[in-house]
Design a protein around this ligand. Structure first.
Ligand code: NAD
Ligand code: GLY
Length: 379
């Protein structure tokens, strides 16, 4: 296990900026990273996780925290998207109060994006906000969800509709934890990684693709995996630093909004299949194909670029079949996407791999949309 870790800075000014520590074995640094982030006065840490992740990595996380004289309490939430709810948040808040977490103390979120979003949300509400340290244990959370401070819960009205921005004080991404990740979760994570390159960084896209082409997708102890995850964190950190709150009026190629590439159809596919068939990242895999098809059919994107994206999605892993899903249903769901402006869907499309453009829904004819979605689902 490597003991030299990559450190990536999220530049949000001297007081709010924070560091991401990336590498195989980084969990052993959790105690001192947290101590540095919250200072000498902090006494208690509340670890929020789930049973599966805690059984694998809880003891190491707790030992590292105790090594820095923190008193550690823990609380395990249910596993799965349906537990990312207000009801769970209320229970988490009760736990934080019972554990005596004070303003200067910290919450540690140990798990994938579900735990990270829920724990981040609860940490922002407890006493009007206590520090949170994100410890992502899925690929998706390491390259995306743990960085940038978006937190949310799902409600009856939809996914991620209630939330706050709560930047973490630090992120510890131990890439060795990916060794126990189920294959589908890896595929979902690689799809989001492909997305990050495709929407904003061509070099990162090519590097991700080359890594996948070598069949390295699960090489959790490898230094190159850690370096690639760190490169994705750098990309995300750059976008977040440039548009921390996803300003409503911004549609430029550097706005945080471009990170939603593949998400309009991705989310529509998830909801058209009652959130049962796809992992979120898998649906984004199809969503990227659809957005690229739209871009190509609108004459924005060259065929070779479309092919290159298709190849990257293929390399990310096997996606559940989607050719039985009616494109009309998906298009209908896409029209009610939450990222609307003035009542119209905002499409994140591609001019080329590595450069996105936000396009108003009125510029995408219904027939072209249906044909593009159909082509993506049949791929
Ligand atoms: P997840 O948190 O549900 O984790 C996937 C599964 O893997 C779970 O069953 C989990 O228990 C298990 N698991 C986690 N780490 C493991 C490990 N190391 N070994 C074995 N099993 C492990 O899913 P996810 O894909 O990490 O996150 C999805 C969530 O993230 C969604 O709710 C999505 O909305 C959110 N998200 C948030 C942001 C953001 O910016 N805040 C960005 C993207 C996604
Ligand atoms: N996952 C999209 C964002 O953080 O903005």
């Amino acid at each position: 296990v490597s003991e030299s870790f990559r450190r990536v800075r999220v530049a949000l000014g001297a007081r709010r900026g924070y560091e991401i520590t990336v590498g195989a074995g980084a969990l052993s640094r959790l105690g001192d990273v947290t101590r540095r982030a919250v200072g000498r006065e902090a006494r208690r840490v509340a670890v929020i996780s789930n049973a599966r992740v805690f059984a694998l990595y809880g003891a190491r996380a707790v030992a590292s925290l105790r090594g820095q004289d923190f008193r550690v309490a823990r609380w395990l939430m249910g596993d799965g998207e349906r537990h990312k709810s207000l009801r769970t948040a209320e229970r988490a808040l009760a736990f934080l109060a019972e554990s005596g977490i004070e303003r200067g103390d910290a919450v540690v979120a140990l798990g994938g994006g579900v735990v990270g979003d829920l724990a981040g949300f609860a940490s922002a509400l407890h006493l009007r906000g206590v520090a949170v340290v994100q410890v992502p244990t899925t690929l998706l959370a390491q390259v995306d969800a743990s960085v940038g401070g978006k937190t949310a819960v799902n409600t009856a009205a939809g996914k991620n509709l209630v939330g706050v921005f709560q930047q973490p004080r630090a992120v510890v991404a131990d890439t060795a934890t990916l060794a126990t990740l189920p294959a589908r979760e890896l595929t979902a994570g690689w799809c989001e990684a492909v997305k990050q390159g495709a929407c904003g960084d061509r070099k990162l896209f090519e590097r991700t693709k080359a890594f996948l082409a070598e069949g390295k997708r699960a090489d959790a102890d490898g230094r190159r995996l850690a370096e690639l995850v760190a490169a994705h964190c750098e990309f995300k950190a750059r976008v977040v630093a440039g548009d921390e709150r996803e300003e409503v009026g911004r549609t430029d190629a550097r706005s945080r909004r471009v990170l939603n590439f593949g998400h309009t159809v991705g989310h529509a596919l998830e909801s058209a299949t009652q959130f049962r068939r796809f992992r979120h990242g898998e649906a984004v895999g199809y969503g990227m194909l659809a957005a690229a098809e739209i871009s190509f059919r609108l004459g924005m994107l060259a065929r070779t670029e479309l092919e290159s994206l298709r190849e990257a999605v293929r390399l990310a892993g096997r996606l559940p079949p989607a050719d039985d899903i009616d494109p009309k249903l998906v298009c209908r769901a896409a029209r009610t996407d939450k990222k609307r402006r003035g009542g119209h869907t905002q499409w994140v499309l591609l001019e080329r791999v590595g450069r996105a453009r936000v396009v108003d829904g009125r510029e995408v004819p219904a027939s072209l949309l249906r044909a593009s979605v159909g082509a993506a689902l049949r791929r």
